[in-house]
Design a protein around this ligand. Structure first.
Ligand SMILES: [Zn+2]
Length: 291
């Protein structure tokens, strides 16, 4: 069953994280294989419906683990990326193939508490939360970002990024070196098109949209991994969203980009080999060929 929805409400999820930053880290162990957006979506639905937070799997996924979905339980919905190719006839009569990428919401997942053992004598296999390891060197290598020595005369400078060269540098004396590292990585991932731009970040971050995006990514990464600097990043983002005329635009246009960049950084630093995508995996891209 699939319902085609409008754009996911990233803005709403982003706002929920700003008010409850603890939620991300708390559930990361359980859902780190999912994107940040789906982690939040799963938790929000379980909370709304009074279902204890626990591992999730599809109907068939639970069956393979020796458990079945209890009668009357309704599935949780997560976003799945879909790539659709369509043939479009052009004015000159030739055809062109157009690829569209969008999200659909699928009601496909059930939490542990919504299931019961198939065999009353045997509880089946219950997936256990794992603590994922996030390694900075692995992340940088996977993202194609090089950390270069910090050389900047201004002692107040926390770090800088040269997105066109995919380089970052962090002041060894930075107040929050982790936050600054994520911030500079975000500039590399999001702002490479501003060709020659180099972002030099001082103690006080300016209020441009690029800085708000980079700091939001830093916030999501610090919140997920439980690293210091979280309160400072959160303070900046909250005051930015509260006072900037661009705040509404940010929620519409930037929130999805911010989630995607934070996801990319988090996934890039995990050492496990990503298992082959299987039916249970909402991040698996579904490819459809249009009419
Ligand atoms: Zn910056």
């Amino acid at each position: 069953m699939s319902i085609k929805t409008n754009r996911p409400d990233w803005g709403k999820l982003f706002a929920s994280i700003l008010t409850e930053p603890g939620r991300l880290g708390e559930h990361y162990r359980l859902f780190h294989r999912y994107s940040l957006g789906n982690q939040l979506l799963a938790v929000v639905q379980m909370e709304e419906r009074g279902i204890p937070i626990g591992p999730i799997a599809s109907f068939n996924g639970w069956k393979k683990l020796g458990r079945r979905v209890k009668k009357g339980e309704k599935a949780l919905a997560l976003w799945m990326p879909v790539v659709k190719t369509e043939r479009i006839e052009k004015e000159d009569g030739t055809e062109e193939e157009v690829t569209k990428r969008f999200f659909i919401m699928k009601n496909h997942w059930f939490a542990l508490a919504q299931t019961e053992p198939i065999d009353p004598e045997n509880p089946g296999t219950i997936p256990t939360p794992e603590t994922p390891e996030w390694d900075r060197a692995t992340a940088l290598a996977n993202l194609g970002i090089t950390e270069v020595p910090f050389e900047h005369p201004d002692g107040n400078c926390q770090g800088f990024a040269r997105p066109n060269k995919m380089q970052i540098a962090i002041n060894p004396l930075a107040a929050f070196p982790w936050k600054t590292a994520f911030h500079e990585m975000a500039h590399c991932l999001l702002h490479g098109k501003q060709a020659e731009a180099a972002f030099v970040d001082g103690g006080v971050i300016d209020t441009s949209i690029e800085e708000a995006e980079a700091e939001s990514v830093a916030y999501l990464c610090c919140a997920t991994l439980g690293l210091p600097g979280l309160e400072e990043a959160r303070g900046y983002v909250q005051s930015w969203l509260g006072s900037s005329a661009k705040a509404e635009e940010f929620v519409k246009k930037s929130a999805a980009r911010v989630f995607a960049a934070a996801d990319k950084i988090l996934k890039a630093g995990q050492s496990y080999c990503k298992e082959a995508a299987h039916e249970d995996d909402p991040e698996r891209e579904e490819v459809r060929h249009g009419v």
